[in-house]
Design a protein around this ligand. Structure first.
Ligand code: SF4
Length: 236
């Protein structure tokens, strides 16, 4: 598998489209079988709702719309922007959930170990720890990965019905499709925007600005949302 982030934009779009085609071909029954074999049950330990355990929670556009309506302060530009132009402005493919300033970096919506919007939680929160994407293992072999954090949270061996496992598998596959589609649309938007305003990605500017950001400087980040770019000025 190629490292997509190193390719020019048209080739990145082609590679992600190929990934999405592979996803379409993956039989949902196979994922449902894996879900039944693992038999994961959540024990409400809330580990997966922290930055320490999970890095960040990336939001699909439809989830961002919910947060904007409910509590816009819960949004922040997703980390690791994909591009930085010659003027030092960063570009990232979406928003992430903000975390709190506590030791583990609890999700904005986590309160006393419980999700305070549980009935309205986001797509990724509903399907986690299931997933369906290809990545390299510790030996560099590329294969499908269907579960996150095996034996690090929850309990195993529960009986999961065929119906429940199929529903979960369909939702996980649908999430990955929506994620890849959003990434492709972001790249198409950047391609058009950079051409229109004669911009280009400059890795040296990216590295310099990021270094300064990590030392406390403000940076401007354009966040892709709903087919357009929204500007934010952020400080670490
Ligand atoms: S929104 Fe709720 S379920 Fe999702 S990460 Fe935050 S606390 Fe956890």
């Amino acid at each position: 598998m190629i490292i997509i982030s190193l390719l020019p934009i048209p080739l990145r779009i082609a590679a992600l489209t190929q990934e999405r085609n592979s996803l379409f071909d993956y039989p949902v029954e196979r994922l449902a079988g894996i879900i039944r074999d693992i038999g994961f049950r959540c024990t409400s330990c809330a580990k997966c709702c922290t930055r320490t355990f999970n890095g960040h929670v990336f939001l699909l556009d439809r989830d961002v719309s919910v947060v904007k309506a409910r509590d816009p302060a819960a949004l922040e530009p997703a980390p690791a922007p994909e591009f930085c132009d010659q003027n030092g402005i960063f570009y990232v493919s979406g928003y992430a959930l903000r975390t709190q300033d506590d030791e583990g970096g609890s999700c904005w919506f986590l309160e006393n170990g419980r999700c305070r919007i549980y009935d309205h939680r986001f797509t990724i929160c509903r399907i986690y720890p299931y997933m369906l994407h290809r990545e390299a293992d510790e030996r560099g072999n590329i294969d499908w990965r269907q579960f996150s954090g095996l034996d690090q949270h929850g309990e195993y061996g529960a009986v999961i019905s065929a119906g429940e496992s199929l529903d979960l598998a369909r939702e996980a596959k649908e999430y990955e499709n929506a994620f890849l589609t959003q990434e492709i649309q972001f790249l198409e938007c950047i391609q058009e925007y950079f051409t229109r305003y004669r911009l280009r990605h400059v890795q040296k500017v990216y590295d310099d600005r990021l270094r300064r950001f990590n030392r406390g400087d403000e940076i401007d980040v354009m966040v892709y949302y709903d087919g357009r770019l929204e500007k934010h000025r952020i400080r670490k």
